[in-house]
Each structure stands twice: as structure tokens, then as C-alpha cells.
Design a protein around this ligand. Sequence first.
Ligand code: SF4
Ligand code: SF4
Length: 351
Amino acid sequence: MRTNEVLQAWGKILTGRRPSLSIEITKECPLRCPGCYAFDAAHLGGETELRQLSDFRGDELVKKIVAIVDREKPLHVSLVGGDPLVRYRELETILRELDGRGVYTQVVTSAFRVIPAEWGRFKLLNVVVSIDGLQPEHDERRKPATYERILKNIAEAKVTIHSTITGIIAGRPGYLEEFLRFWSARPQIERVWFSLFTPQAGATGAEILTRAQREFVVKDLLRLRTQYPILEMGESLIHEMLSPPASPRECIFAQTTQTISADLKTKITPCQFGGNPDCSQCGCIASMVLAAVGHHRVAGPLTAGHLFRASAQIGRAWKSTKDAFAGPAPAAPETMTPAFQILQGEVPPSQ
Ligand code: SF4
Ligand code: SF4
């Protein structure tokens, strides 16, 4: 994270807002991936499912998304689904609007459709393509978005490859290295990220990593990051995979990200997974990045996480005071100044 991004994010937290917003812009997806959390019955809390929501399209979708962004004023927006490329015409306009507002935007897709070369003009955009392992495993799980089709669809683009490591591939020596070798050789790939499969509480199955598999993967990633610069994962981030946040309350990512589903009303809690995720087995890269930032010492025993929690409390109190008065916004809390001063002296490491 850059200094100005950290400071801007802290400003949002101190005023009771979440600096990051994730929106499921459609409920549709041409894939049926096993283990997909978006279409899991528990994703929206159990009373309804993603496919049962009414979603939007055309100008209405664009206007509603832009209105949410103008209202929430996030620093970072993730556009997910379903697959956001189902609405590729609307997406193009949304990306233009967000770029014009200086919002960092991420589109997470299976790349079942062409990523247009013209999107390269959006300097704040990161297109993340989800890949489930090497070709045999991936093609089996994610057809029709097969390796062959993805390679064709990203031919003119610049993308990030994100792969979720499951228990099925975690114990196979050399697998991650072969994956990195394959994607390193392609000029369209800017970076590779890995997450570990995160189960719902009480779930069982071969996708869930055992403790031994988790330790093996962490050791492997620490080695591979020095040999494959395309693996853009800091050492401290990788270490966090061994001790994920104990609960959503301890998870800085969950506390700083608001997630909205395809009806553009339903909030997904406690994080993008929805339902009742098992935080003790979390391996989500976004959560690990922010956990690593949270463990960064800013002064003696004081960590950025301590500052975050104190700031979030101040922000909540300030927001409820503001909501109670429902009049002109009071001035920002005085405590903003010391927090910002500390951060300006010591900024969490880049990830
Ligand atoms: S592409 Fe994504 S949203 Fe679609 S089924 Fe697969 S995991 Fe779920
Ligand atoms: S991102 Fe991971 S640690 Fe954070 S709330 Fe979700 S499951 Fe828990």
C-alpha cells in the first residue's frame, strides 16, 4: 500500500465509512464451479439465494452502480458476480465512470469472454482472472472457461492471475512451481496471486486443506516468491496464512469492506464469502494482506491493527452521533491527527 492510500483509508475509517466496496453486479454466470461460494445456499444468510434475487441490466444497472459509488465514496471497488463479464457492455461504461472518479477498480472474472484491449486505458483497473490450478484440474472444474479459451480471451489484455489452492492440489510437490512457470511465460500476465480454499464452518471435503498441507503450501510459496517475481505476495502476507484472523471481528478486511449483492440492496456478511465462514481456516489473499498490514509495528508494541481498531471505534461513534443529529456533519474527530501523524512516520510495507 502507498502512503496516500493508507492515509485516505484511515480517513474513511475515522468517519465510520468502509474504504472498500465489493459489488456482485449480476447474479448470472455461465460456469458451475464446484465449491463456488456465490451460489452456495448459505451465501446470503440462508433465507434467499443469489439466483433468486432480481438483478439489473442496461442503463439502470450503470446508474445504480454509479449512484452507490457516489454515495459510499470508496477508495477501492471490486466488481464481481456471478461473472461481471455477463454484463460486458454495462461494465465498459461503469469502468469509464469509476476511472473518471479516480477509484481503484478490480474486475474478477473467469475470462469466459474476451477482455477488451481498450481496457488498458483504465490506469486504475486490475482485471483478475480466476484459474483453478493447472489445465487438467482447471478445465474439469471451470468449463466452458477452459485454459484454451482463457488464453484466447486475454491475448490483448493485461491481467492478474488468481488461483485458489484446494486440498486436492496442496499436497502435490512441484504443482505450484509448474503453475508459476506456465503463467510467467505469458506477457499478458502482470502478477500471480494465490489464496487458500476457505470453507464454511463445519464443512468437510477434499477441497479443505489439512494443517500439514497448509504448512507445506506456505513453505513452498516462501521459496517460490524468490524465484518467480511474477508471484506478487510479500513474505509477511504468506506467513499470515498460518494464523488467519480468529473471527470476522478480528478481520481487518471484513471490517473495511462492504459487500453488496446483485439486487444492489442485500448486504453480504461477514465478508465476501457470506454465510458462516470458518475464519480459522481462511486463506483469502485480501484478508491476509490486511492482516499483515495490521501486524506491522508502528511504534514500540503498537501495531497498525491497534490503531485500526481504535479508529474504527471512533468512526462508529462519530457516525452514530452524526446519524442521530441528521443535520450538517460535525467536524472530523480530533483523534484523526495523531493517528495520521503516526502513519506518516511509519507506513505498513508494500504487499
Ligand atoms: S465463475 Fe465464479 S461465480 Fe461463476 S460459478 Fe465459478 S466461482 Fe461461481
Ligand atoms: S475474509 Fe476470512 S478471516 Fe475475514 S471474515 Fe471472511 S473468512 Fe473470516
